[in-house]
Design a binder for this molecule. Sequence first.
Ligand SMILES: Cc1ncc(COP(=O)(O)O)c(C=O)c1O
Length: 413
Amino acid sequence: MSNTLTDHHIDVERVRKEFQVLHQEVNGKPLIYFDNAATNQKPQRVIDALIHHYQNDNANIHRGIHTLAERSTAKFEETRKAVQEFIGANEAEEIVFTKGTSESINLVASSWGRQFLNAGDEVLISAMEHHSNIVPWQMICEERGAILKVMPINEAGEIILAEVEKLLTEKTKMVAFNHASNTLGTVNPVKRITKMAHAVGAKVLIDGAQSTSHLEVDVKDLNVDFFAFSAHKMYGPTGLGVLYGKRNVLEKMPPYQGGGEMIKDVSFNGTTYNDIPYKFEAGTPDIGNVIAFKKAIEFIDELGKGNISTYEQELLSYATQQLSAIEGLRIIGTAQEKVSVVSFEVEGIHHFDLGMWLDAKGIAVRTGHHCTQPLMDHYCIEGTARASFSVYNTKSEIDTFVSALKDIITKFK
Ligand SMILES: Cc1ncc(COP(=O)(O)O)c(C=O)c1O
């Protein structure tokens, strides 16, 4: 199968040159990396920026007046500006750096939740949430005496909007759901549900972990109150994430953690807090990774989100077509609109065994519940195998993967 693709401008061989990690053998076979929804690989420019920082600019930020401190601070804040532009936020001050999507959601659940949730209030999440967008809400609901409710999904893995309509009442204070599901690939109708939630006075938090590298994100257009995502799922470093929040919402929230940077003045009689975003950034952040993250954004912008998305959609429909033709294989998640994620199970073969045997052929897929155990319960399964594609994957890799799967099924069934 050729890699010649049509309606985009991705030169995949050129893209692959930036990813040294892809050019290796695993278990004697060329690596095929289909575990991108867990974390995708980093282009050389991101790695170079991190090395450059430690070799040339390393200093703590915001507090120093010497040259290195000023250089580091300027570059750190340049990434904040780049993130603001990348997601279409009004101001850089609406961008808070965190450890990842999980911490961003925990920040909102703890800080906003403690301030604004009261006994009897309701938080609405969806049936396809990652544990990161379930557990923080369970914890704060328990603490505040609030009630956690769940938007149901249909068999294809789409939120049932008619049921959402019924669940939304004046008791609903927060609606939190993902832009795209890491397990099913479903792209959720963020604008539509946000409008419905706002109509009853609820705030909206979007878990954007699986959308920022695949879909156009414009937080102003979506009109969400919070948007959480991780750098490592968009060609950036691990251990770094972002919380976007509307200024007027963030300003009403108390700090999440105490420490340096988040204060204006401290005395033993009391403390006054810093302005946003610093109020939420206690302690020394991951300076090097923040600086390197700007290069990941540049990588995406250079290729163009539209091109990336068109290319990945071609991979998705090609893989879906090939996998659907395999007898005994069932795809979990068949929504109308999906990002490039295919979860599946094979009759008679445990997903862990599938993952292991694929690895023996150099193919990396994820297996298990994908941190979505309630979703597994919905489908009455324990787990799936999941192949997820990035802009550096190819149709010929999908061919190799499909033929490896067929081989495994024939041998081990
Ligand atoms: C939809 C979704 N939400 C949240 C997370 C958690 O992200 P992180 O581990 O970077 O905090 C993930 C990670 O897989 C995810 O896919």
